[in-house]
Design a protein around this ligand. Structure first.
Ligand SMILES: Nc1nc2c(ncn2[C@@H]2O[C@H](COP(=O)(O)OP(=O)(O)OP(=O)(O)O)[C@@H](O)[C@H]2O)c(=O)[nH]1
Ligand SMILES: [Mg+2]
Length: 503
């Protein structure tokens, strides 16, 4: 995981910050001015990634896997009732931010997890701020664990209502990116997942393929011998659905429990020794057929019920099965076992999305949040002053250096309510073009494309965009999107030209 970009490498945010400070200077004291000052401060903060989805989908488990620590409470019943922000701080602890503005400080428990009792009624709490000093993840991103949605279908409006993205209401957690979990294991209904992912995008939600990943979670629960492959196929199919192409960066299957256990290092050498003994025993043949049979196999080896319970709660039957298979085919150390299990969990695909798709977008996503907030706040000002502030914000987006923002807006314009209807091939091109890869990837060229290839592809596509845009039957919304694409291609063309001239 790379370090969070600092202000010096956030040119868009810096420019938006300048604009905000100019507005702040012009405003008299008041709530709008205070909130603009807060927006300014937010521009420099790490990327904020929210983990959201249905109740019990495995959100907190995923948060722990990402943090590589077991901090967030998890459980079978509805567990997370408050928003919890996990961020870097040298002094570990929990700040309980109350709705009345007071902040109560608590320590983490001796094992580094959240205290079970907060000592205040949940309805009095606005937000939990968990300060962590030892998690590589939080040095780069702030994670937000969220209360579960009541049903698969409760998505866009509920997410906004529940303050995940900036919106109306007193405080929001202002996520810049979203990991959206649907519980797949035990509930194999592909069409339902498709519509749930689709409904994720509403007119008021900032979610799109640039900042949202869909997760099929708990894939190990169907007793499928190869859930990663089985759900991998479904995930790929979903990710390729035309209706989701501009809504999700990708869809990935995950066995979160296994990922949590490995990443947080929850197996002891004693656990490992017992699993080794089981792997070579007669009981190994039936141990993973059911939970009672697993308990029986452990007991036949002289193991206590508590041991069986610990292993099942950390690995699940699937994890035990993969462990026994690993041990029987030459795994000799706990470290090696962790490597095998992490691969089986599918976790690496999620961390790749965060580091390769989300984090490189920190600047544009922060800049966009601040601009959206500026527009929202402008409506609280007297009419003329508000209109002036909005026009300053609109003009800023038109500056050449702000092109990435226009790309983000173009993607959003093509999804959700009142979407611009772009032909399927152009939608696909827009998605590729706004992906976070290299110039070659953004042009849909192979990785070994030369600067010459890149230049001619960019030039050709820029020309094509000009031709399409000139078609009189193209509507104004569509034309705006195509125009953004034309400028992106022109910029790639220019870059390749510069590169060729320099060599
Ligand atoms: N078998 C299996 N169990 C899992 C997996 N992920 C989570 N669990 C278990 O499912 C239960 C719910 O997990 P949580 O992480 O608390 O789910 P959540 O989405 O945070 O739930 P709420 O906060 O209540 O909405 C816990 O008992 C987890 O241990 C998984 O991938 N496989
Ligand atoms: Mg939870």
């Amino acid at each position: 995981m790379v370090d969070a970009p600092t202000e010096s490498v956030r040119p868009l945010s810096r420019r938006v910050g300048q604009m905000l400070r100019a507005q702040i200077d012009e405003l008299g004291p008041g709530a709008v001015r205070d909130q603009l000052i807060a927006e300014c401060a937010r521009l420099d903060r790490p990327l904020r990634v929210a983990v959201a989805g249905q109740v019990s989908a495995g959100k907190s488990t995923m948060v722990n896997a990402l943090l590589a620590r077991r901090v967030a409470p998890t459980g079978a019943a509805e567990t997370t009732r408050l928003f919890a922000l996990y961020e870097f701080d040298e002094n570990e602890g929990v700040d309980i931010e109350l709705a009345d503005g007071r902040v109560l400080r608590r320590s983490l428990r001796a094992d580094g997890s959240m205290p079970t009792e907060l000592g205040v009624p949940p309805q009095a709490v606005d937000l939990l701020r968990v300060r962590l000093s030892s998690s590589a993840m939080v040095s780069a991103v702030t994670l937000v664990d969220t209360p579960g949605l009541d049903s698969v279908r409760e998505t866009a409006s509920a997410l906004t209502e529940r303050r995940i993205f900036g919106g109306e209401g007193s405080t929001t957690v202002d996520a810049d990116a979203l990991i959206f979990l649907l519980q797949a294991g035990g509930r194999n209904r592909e069409t339902e997942w498709l519509s749930a992912f689709r409904e994720l995008t509403g007119s008021s939600l900032a979610s799109c393929s640039i900042n949202t990943v869909g997760v099929l979670s708990k894939i190990d629960q169907d007793n499928d011998p190869e859930p990663l492959r089985q759900f991998g196929r479904i995930a790929q199919r979903l990710a390729r659905e035309p209706a989701l192409r501009l809504q999700l960066a990708t869809v990935v299957p995950v066995a979160g429990l296994l990922a949590e256990t490995v990443r947080a290092g929850l197996l002891t050498e004693d656990h490992f020794a017992s699993l080794q003994a089981l792997a070579t025993s007669l009981g190994a043949r039936y141990a993973t057929a059911s939970v009672p049979l697993f308990y029986k196999a452990i007991s036949e080896l002289g193991g206590h019920e508590l041991l069986a319970e610990e292993l099942i709660s950390r690995l699940g039957l699937f994890g035990v099965d993969r462990t026994l298979a690993g041990l029987q085919s030459g795994v000799e150390t706990l470290g090696e076992l962790y490597r095998v299990l992490l691969r089986e969990s599918g976790f690496e695909a999620i961390s790749a999305v965060i580091s390769q798709a989300f984090m490189p977008r920190t600047d544009v996503l922060k800049a966009d949040q601040a601009l959206a907030a500026t527009t929202r706040l402008s409506y609280q000002l007297p009419e003329m002053a508000g209109a002036r502030m909005r026009s300053v914000a609109e003009e800023l987006v038109l500056e050449p250096s702000m092109h990435q923002l226009r790309e983000l807006h173009a993607v959003r314009a093509c999804i959700g309510d009142d979407a611009v209807e772009l032909p399927a091939n152009l939608q696909e091109e827009l998605r590729t073009l706004t992906g976070s890869g290299t110039a070659a990837q953004r042009l849909g060229l192979p990785a070994n494309a030369t600067a010459d290839d890149i230049r001619s592809a960019a030039r050709r596509k820029a020309m094509e965009a000009i031709a399409v845009g000139a078609d009189p039957t193209v509507g104004p919304g569509e034309r705006r999107v195509i125009d953004v694409m034309r400028m992106s291609y022109a910029a790639l063309w220019q870059q390749a030209d510069d590169q060729l001239a320099a060599t």
